[in-house]
Write a protein that binds this ligand. Structure first.
Ligand code: ADP
Ligand code: 5GP
Length: 184
């Protein structure tokens, strides 16, 4: 069986995290925990949501070639640790929930192993409602996230698969089916 690096991207609020959680719960994939230089939010635990690093440490690791891909968002670095991914891929498929730029970098790094899945909401209105309902960002942060949606949606054509998350159970089943096909 060929284990794959599964990248899930799409606009903030599309439902990526919810779908990923379900795939993790059923053991379809294991998650890679990224490193970041942003400060932990309340309730976040080092090593669970992210490995929280100083800028100096992150830059040292970039220079050492420790990241499969990394990028800067909103003034902070975010990156995928290469050693963890390589180790896990011996045994199981790994899922990354990262933005489109990170997705393209992951694909360039592992073209044969990386599967790009784009998740989107059925409409802009649905997306805005979901973000608002989730309530994890204030209005300014929501606007910033929504301002990126146009760019992200333009990139979906460069993804291997596009899944519209209208009905959550159906979208989750479709993503699971894609992973099963790809790892067969
Ligand atoms: P993302 O990780 O893409 O930013 P989330 O998984 O946090 O998005 O989902 C955003 C919000 O939308 C959450 O409150 C989630 O419960 C809700 N949600 C996810 N999928 C659906 C769906 N198919 N229909 C309605 N609400 C959904
Ligand atoms: P947040 O600060 O809200 O947790 O994440 C901000 C952004 O960083 C999101 O768009 C998220 O997808 C992206 N991100 C998280 N981890 C990584 C990573 O390892 N690499 C890249 N390129 N982006 C990431």
């Amino acid at each position: 069986m060929a284990h794959k690096l599964i990248v899930i991207s799409g606009p903030s609020g599309a439902g990526k995290g919810t779908i990923k959680k379900e795939l993790l719960r059923t053991g379809t994939v294991v998650e890679s925990v990224s490193c970041t230089t942003r400060k932990p939010r309340s309730g976040e635990v080092d090593g669970r949501e992210y490995f929280f690093l100083s800028r100096e440490e992150f830059e040292r690791r970039i220079a050492a070639g420790d990241f499969l891909e990394y990028d800067e968002h909103f003034g902070n670095y975010y990156g995928t640790p290469l050693s963890f991914v390589n180790e896990q891929l011996k045994f199981r498929s790994v899922i990354l929930e990262i933005d489109v730029v990170g997705g393209f970098r992951a694909k360039a790094f592992m073209p044969d192993r990386c599967v790009l899945i784009f998740v989107k909401a059925p409409s802009m209105q649905a997306l805005e409602e979901r973000l608002e309902k989730r309530g994890s960002e204030n209005e300014e942060e929501r606007k910033l996230r929504l301002s990126r949606v146009g760019y992200e949606l333009e990139q979906e054509k460069r993804y291997d698969y596009v899944v519209v998350n209208d009905n959550l159970a159906a979208a989750t089943a479709r993503v699971r089916e894609i992973i099963e096909q790809e790892t067969r």
